[in-house]
Design a protein around this ligand. Structure first.
Ligand code: SF4
Length: 708
C-alpha cells in the first residue's frame, strides 16, 4: 500500500489490490471488471508499482480513451506526491515534433545532425591537439612538428566534410539535445509527473526536441503512461521497449478500457494499399533507367487495373461519398475477385520473379531518396510508392486466402476533385493472432474495464491462457438507481418501419422525458434511428441530435447545461464511452432496442473467422456481435450515476431484455447475474408511474411533480 496516495480505500478496493498483487506475484494475467466508482486505476497501479519495485520491472499503463489518459496522470501525480516515482507520459512523434516533419524525415535529419556533432567534436579535439603540438614544435621538438602536420591534414579533411554538411538539412532542436547537458531536463522531468504538452513547451522554449529528450530519459522508470498502439503495434512495440531499455519480460502492462483491445488489435493487424500509392508507383517507374522497370510496372499496373476494375464492376457510383464504401470481393470457394483479376491482367510470366524485382527495385529507390534527402539534394524525404506497393501486393497474394484474413476493397470520393479512388485491404479478423504473443511475452498484465465479462470470451478472443478473473459491481447505494426493462415489442431491424412499434417507442421516449426530473440521454442502434426519433418525439424541453461527422462537444455541453432535454445518439457513436454526464447532466438513460451494429460483410467475415477459430457453438454470433453489443449497452447505461449521491434510472426498451420467453433472441442472459437481477420488467404504459414513483421517493423534483 506504499503507493496508495489517499487515506482510505473505496469499498472493495483493498481486496482488489490484494488479489491483483497476488496474481502479479504468480506472474498471472488478470481480467478485472470494475464498475464506475470502484477505483480500478489505483487498484491495478498500486500493486503493480509495488511488485515492479521489488522485482525491478516497469509498469506500462495504457488506454485508447483521451479522458482516461488525464485520469492516469492525475493518479500518477497523487502517487508521486506521497511516494516519489519516476514516471513518464509518452505520446507519438506526430504531435511532438517542433518543426512538423514526418517520421522518415526526422530519422534522416537526426542522422545528419549526429554526423555534424561528431565532426565538430572531432574538430575541437584535433584543434586542441594541434595547439599543443605547435607549442612543442616552437620549443624545438621536430617530432611534434611532424605530428602536427598529420593533425592539420586531418583537420582539413574534417573542415571539408563539415562544409559538405552545410548544404544538408539538420535539425537544430536535435542539435541542442546532443550538445548540451540534459541533466536539467531530467531534474525537471522527474520533479513532477509531466504531460507531453509540458515537455513540448519546456523543450520548445529552450530550443530542444522534447520527444527525443524524453526517449533518451526513459530508462529505469517505475511507470509509463501511453497509448494502446505503443503496445499493440508490433513494430512500434519493439522500439518502445528498446527506448525503455527493457525486455517484454520486464514489463507489467495495465490496459484500461480493455474491452476495446479486440477492435484496436484488429486495426493494428490490418494492412491496406491506396490506389493513389499505386499511381505514384507507376509515375515513379515512368522514364526510369533500369532494366527491371518494365517488368515491375507490369506487376503494379496489373494490381492497379484489377483494383479499379473490381470496384467499377460492383458499384453504383452515385452512392459513394467521402467515407470509405466497402466492395465485397471475398469468395466462399476459390480466390477473391481482386486476386482473380490480378492474374487476368498480369501476362508477363512469373509473378514471383516480377514481385522479387519490384521489391528489390523499390528498396533501391527508397535508399536513393534517403541519400538525396540526407545530402540536401531534396527538401523533403520522398518515399518509394514502388516499395510500398510491392510489399503490400506480395503480402496480399500470399495471405488473402488464409484463415482470419478478410480481403476487401473500399472506395471513396475525393471531395476536392470529385474523383473516386479505391484501396485494397487485408482485414485481420482474429485479434489474438497479435495479442497472444504479447501477453505471453510480458511479465504480467492487468486488463481492466467496466464491461469485460464474460471473462472466458475475453480470454478466448485475446488469447489469454487461464487468466485470474475478478469482478466488482456498482458500489453506489442500490436504492439510488433503478434499471427498467420495458416490454416494447422487439425492435428487429425488419420491424423498425412498423408504424405501431414506432408509436410505442415514441410514447416510451416521451414518457421518459416527461417523468424525469432533469435530462434524458437516449441511445439508438444507429444515427439514422436516432434522427428518426429525435424528429418524432414531442417533449416540453429541447431535443438534441448527435449526428455523424459533426463535432458533438458543443451539443453535449448545451444538453448538459439544459433541463428537461433529451439527447438522441447512436450507441456506436462517441458518447457511449469515455464521456461522463455527471450530476444531473443525464438523469435517465434509455437504450432503445438491442442495438446490434450494422451487419456488414466485414462483421460477417469476423463471425465466420470466429466460428472457425473457436470451439464454442455459435461463437461467431456471440463473440463478434451479441457480447460486444451488450457490453456497449452496459457502457451506455453507465453514463448516468457517476457518483454515490447521484440518483438515476436506466431504461432498456425492448422485450428481449425482459423475462419474456424470447428463445434465442433473448439477451437478458448475456448480462452479468447481478445486473440481470436488477432488471425490473415494466409494460410501456406503466413506465411513467415507475419513473414518477422512483424519483418521488428521492424527492428529485425541484418544483411540482408531473401528473400522469
Ligand atoms: S528531432 Fe525532434 S524536432 Fe527534430 S525532426 Fe525529429 S521530432 Fe522533429
Amino acid at each position: 500500500m506504499r503507493f496508495f496516495p489517499y487515506a482510505e480505500t473505496y469499498d472493495g478496493q483493498q481486496e482488489a489490490i490484494d488479489r491483483i498483487g497476488d496474481a502479479l506475484e504468480a506472474r498471472e494475467n488478470v481480467l478485472f471488471e470494475g464498475a464506475c466508482g470502484t477505483g480500478k486505476t489505483l487498484a491495478a497501479l498500486v500493486p503493480a508499482l509495488a511488485h515492479a519495485r521489488r522485482e525491478d520491472k516497469t509498469v506500462v499503463i495504457t488506454t485508447n480513451v483521451h479522458q482516461q489518459m488525464r485520469q492516469f496522470i492525475a493518479e500518477a501525480r497523487a502517487i508521486n506526491a506521497s511516494t516519489p516515482i519516476r514516471a513518464v507520459v509518452f505520446r507519438g512523434k506526430a504531435s511532438m515534433c517542433h518543426i512538423d516533419v514526418g517520421y522518415e524525415e526526422c530519422q534522416v535529419l537526426r542522422d545528419t545532425t549526429h554526423d555534424r556533432v561528431e565532426l565538430e567534436q572531432d574538430r575541437a579535439q584535433l584543434e586542441r591537439r594541434q595547439r599543443d603540438l605547435l607549442e612543442q614544435a616552437q620549443a624545438g621538438d621536430d617530432e611534434a612538428a611532424e605530428a602536427r602536420g598529420v593533425v592539420m591534414d586531418e583537420l582539413e579533411e574534417i573542415e571539408s566534410d563539415l562544409a559538405d554538411l552545410q548544404d544538408r538539412s539538420t535539425c537544430d532542436h536535435f542539435f541542442e539535445n546532443l550538445t548540451t547537458d540534459r541533466a536539467a531536463f531530467e531534474q525537471w522531468l522527474f520533479d513532477e509527473v509531466r504531460t507531453p504538452d509540458d515537455v513540448y513547451a519546456w523543450a520548445g522554449q529552450r530550443g530542444y526536441c522534447g520527444y527525443e529528450l524524453l526517449k533518451d530519459t526513459m530508462d529505469d522508470l517505475d511507470l509509463v503512461v501511453c497509448n494502446y498502439h505503443h503496445l499493440l503495434d508490433p513494430a512500434i512495440r519493439l522500439q518502445f521497449f528498446q527506448w525503455l531499455d527493457r525486455d517484454p519480460a520486464d514489463i507489467i502492462a495495465v490496459f484500461d478500457e480493455a474491452h476495446n483491445i479486440e477492435r484496436a488489435a484488429r486495426e493494428h493487424a490490418s494492412r491496406s494499399l491506396s490506389e493513389r500509392t499505386l499511381v505514384a508507383a507507376l509515375d515513379e517507374l515512368t522514364g526510369l533507367d533500369d532494366a527491371r522497370a518494365d517488368g515491375v510496372r507490369a506487376v503494379i499496373e496489373a494490381f492497379h487495373d484489377a483494383l479499379v476494375g473490381a470496384y467499377e464492376a460492383e458499384l453504383g457510383f452515385a452512392d459513394v461519398g467521402a467515407d470509405w464504401t466497402d466492395v465485397t470481393i471475398a469468395n466462399e470457394n476459390g480466390p477473391d475477385d481482386l486476386t482473380d483479376r490480378f492474374h487476368d491482367h498480369y501476362r508477363e510470366g512469373s509473378v514471383e520473379s516480377g514481385l522479387a524485382d519490384a521489391l528489390a527495385l523499390g528498396r533501391e529507390l527508397d535508399e536513393r531518396y534517403e541519400t538525396a534527402y540526407r545530402e540536401g539534394e531534396t527538401a523533403t524525404r520522398r518515399e518509394s510508392g514502388t516499395l510500398q506497393s510491392a510489399v503490400f501486393i506480395d503480402d496480399y497474394l500470399a495471405e488473402a486466402d488464409e484463415q482470419g484474413q478478410y480481403p476487401v476493397i473500399s472506395v471513396r470520393r475525393d471531395e476536392g476533385t470529385d474523383e473516386l479512388y479505391g484501396r485494397a485491404e487485408l482485414y485481420a479478423c482474429i485479434p489474438r493472432e497479435i495479442t497472444r504473443s504479447l501477453f505471453e511475452e510480458l511479465h504480467a498484465s492487468v486488463l481492466m474495464s467496466a464491461t469485460l465479462r464474460p471473462f472466458e470470451v475475453t480470454a478466448d478472443v485475446l488469447g489469454l491462457d487461464s487468466p485470474r478473473t475478478m469482478a466488482y459491481g456498482l458500489r453506489f447505494p442500490p436504492e439510488n438507481r433503478r434499471t427498467l426493462a420495458v416490454d416494447v415489442p422487439p425492435l428487429f431491424a425488419s420491424k423498425r418501419d412498423d408504424p405501431a412499434i414506432q408509436q410505442t417507442v415514441t410514447d416510451v421516449l416521451e414518457d421518459a422525458a416527461a417523468f424525469t426530473p432533469g435530462n434524458t440521454l437516449a441511445f439508438f442502434p444507429s444515427y439514422s434511428e436516432a434522427a428518426r426519433y429525435a424528429d418524432r418525439v414531442a417533449i416540453d424541453g429541447s431535443v438534441y441530435l448527435d449526428e455523424p461527422g459533426v463535432r458533438v462537444q458543443d451539443r453535449k455541453e448545451r444538453f448538459a447545461d439544459d433541463d428537461g432535454a433529451m439527447l438522441c445518439t447512436s450507441l456506436w457513436g462517441t458518447l457511449t464511452e469515455g464521456v461522463s454526464f455527471d450530476g444531473d447532466a443525464a438523469t435517465t438513460v434509455i437504450v432503445v432496442g438491442v442495438p446490434y451494429p450494422h451487419l456488414d460483410d466485414r462483421l460477417q467475415a469476423v463471425q465466420d473467422a470466429y466460428d472457425e477459430a473457436f470451439d464454442e457453438l455459435n461463437a461467431g454470433w456471440e463473440y463478434a456481435v451479441e457480447i460486444p453489443t451488450v457490453r456497449k449497452t452496459r457502457q451506455a447505461i453507465g453514463r448516468a450515476l457517476r457518483s454515490p449521491d447521484e440518483v438515476g434510472v436506466r431504461i432498456l426498451a425492448d422485450r428481449r431484455y425482459t423475462r419474456a420467453n424470447m428463445g434465442r433472441y433473448s439477451v437478458r442472459g448475456t448480462f452479468p447475474p447481478e445486473e440481470r437481477d436488477e432488471l425490473v420488467g415494466v409494460v410501456p404504459e406503466k413506465l411513467r408511474y415507475a419513473l414518477l414513483n422512483f424519483y418521488s421517493d428521492h424527492e428529485a423534483w425541484d418544483g411540482a411533480r408531473p401528473t400522469p
